[in-house]
Write a protein that binds this ligand. Structure first.
Ligand SMILES: Cc1cc2nc3c(=O)[nH]c(=O)nc-3n(C[C@H](O)[C@H](O)[C@H](O)COP(=O)(O)OP(=O)(O)OC[C@H]3O[C@@H](n4cnc5c(N)ncnc54)[C@H](O)[C@@H]3O)c2cc1C
Length: 429
């Protein structure tokens, strides 16, 4: 074949990239393409994405290629390029969200119309969604534990190296990198730098110094002993398959990667996961705009909740234990619809994506894959257990620096008005 276009989306890497590897192995010329779609809301992720694209461009240039960037509707722009080149094939990494599926369907149709091959490849998850089916019937697993068992036994494809050369055809205008505009996450420079280079450095450090203690440390809020690789997995700067293979001795960590695969296969089967209850249970939600706003601002008067919400505002990331605590407070205590919370998380989280965000929100709300839909989180116990010295709370709520630790765990014991901090929100019931 003369020319193949590889349309990147959330697979912004060269290592273990089956769609790119196959193009490089079979085509004389390869055009790596990213289309910046103004219709896709990216929230705080815009800056991170821009860094990922800049890094990918550098890496591809180092291999004789480039990252061609276009702005507009991804299908229209891809087909425009296909016709202009002309290209004989379009490769993409198969993805699961409703938006991604729609785009893939449209691309497949347009490619068929223009007699261009359209091929999808694995790479977004470790085990492709749909590869595992429960023996009792059904097109996907609804419960995690049997999925984990089947997943652990499933044979995996080989981890691919990065192509040595990416042969770009001559005379192509590469196009400008996106510049994140106002309100697109500029200035919110948290502890994350986008891109495969930063991702691989972090992965290397994590495998050397962190993963061995994951089992005992991952719930330690103040110690912050999780990988923080979420944003890199979200944008595909890292291959989850490669990470899982390198970390295979750490069962507890690999299990978390399996949760990610689990929610992706749920989303593939139930693409409305961001809108509709996966298991409708007739829950009644309260309309509480003030409560929801206080929650968003980290001003509920419950320190363990507010610390999590302020971490999200400050860093675009939140510790998993805090995500569970804050989500549980919104849906179980304030009885506010999980969609309100999911939307806020999605707007701010660097790792915010539909399958993991909505899958977890529905899990906490009891409308999703949890087998115990009425599970209640005891906030005092959670705070005492996972932030025993109140370090996490004080880090994100400096106004409570001088408060006694016991009162940080039991908010009703906080001195009234301390540091301008509000009293606990009244909750229904
Ligand atoms: C309400 C709520 C919303 C969430 N929203 C998202 C989201 O939008 N995107 C997202 O990637 N994760 C989400 N999570 C899952 C989890 O909190 C994050 O993946 C994790 O905190 C990321 O930090 P880390 O990379 O240090 O994770 P680690 O603990 O180091 O785990 C490694 C990787 O495993 C995966 N993982 C870990 N826990 C989960 C989980 N519960 N579900 C699915 N995958 C998991 C992630 O890819 C993560 O990067 C959410 C959890 C909750 C309770």
């Amino acid at each position: 074949m003369d020319t193949a276009v590889v349309l990147f989306n959330r697979d912004l890497r060269v290592h273990d990239h089956p769609a790119l590897a196959e193009a490089c192995a079979t085509a004389r010329h390869v055009v790596p393409l990213f289309v910046v779609d103004p219709a896709v809301p990216r929230g705080g992720r815009a800056r991170f994405l821009a860094e990922c694209l800049a890094d990918l461009r550098e890496t591809l240039r180092g291999r004789g290629g480039d990252l061609v960037i276009r702005h507009g509707d991804p299908v229209t722009e891809t087909m425009r390029l296909v016709r202009a080149l002309p290209a004989q094939a379009v490769h993409v990494s198969d993805d699961v969200s409703a938006l991604a599926r729609r785009r893939q369907r449209r691309l497949a149709q347009e490619c068929a119309r223009h007699r261009t091959a359209f091929r999808t490849f694995p790479g977004v998850t470790i085990v492709p969604p749909g590869a595992l089916r429960p023996s009792g019937g059904g097109d996907h697993y609804r419960v995690f534990t049997p999925y984990w068992r089947a997943w652990s036994r499933h044979p995996l494809r080989e981890v691919l190296g990065a192509p040595a050369v990416v042969p770009l055809p001559p005379g192509l205008e590469p196009g400008p990198l996106p510049v994140p505009g106002p309100g697109m996450g500029v200035g919110r420079r948290g502890p994350f730098e986008g891109g495969e280079t930063a991702a691989r450095e972090r992965m290397g450090r994590w495998l050397k110094h962190g993963v061995q203690e994951y089992a005992e440390g991952h719930d330690d809020l103040a110690g912050d002993r999780t990988s923080r690789l979420g944003p890199y997995l979200r944008f595909g700067c890292l291959s989850p398959l490669e990470l899982g293979a390198l970390a295979s001795a750490a069962d507890d960590f690999v299990r978390q990667l399996c949760w990610r695969d689990f929610f992706h296969q749920v989303t593939a089967a139930f693409p409305r996961i961001g809108r509709d209850d996966y298991r409708p249970r007739g829950r009644e939600w309260r309309d509480d705009a003030d409560g929801a706003q206080a929650w968003k601002e980290g001003m509920t008067g419950v320190p363990i909740v507010d610390a999590g919400m302020r971490q999200l505002l400050a860093e675009g990331w939140m510790h998993n234990r805090a995500r569970m605590i804050t989500a549980s407070f919104l849906v179980r205590k304030l009885c506010v619809d999980w969609r309100v919370g999911a939307e806020h998380f999605f707007a701010l989280l660097l790792d915010g994506d539909v399958p993991d965000n909505c899958g977890n929100w529905q899990w906490v709300a009891g409308t999703g894959n949890d087998t115990r839909p009425n599970r209640v989180v005891n906030l005092v116990r959670q705070a005492r257990r996972f932030d025993p010295r109140g370090e996490y709370i004080r880090r994100y709520l400096p106004e409570l620096e001088a408060a006694p630790t016991g009162a940080l765990h039991e908010p009703w014991r906080l001195p009234e008005g301390i540091g301008g901090y509000p009293p606990p929100l009244a909750v229904p019931g």
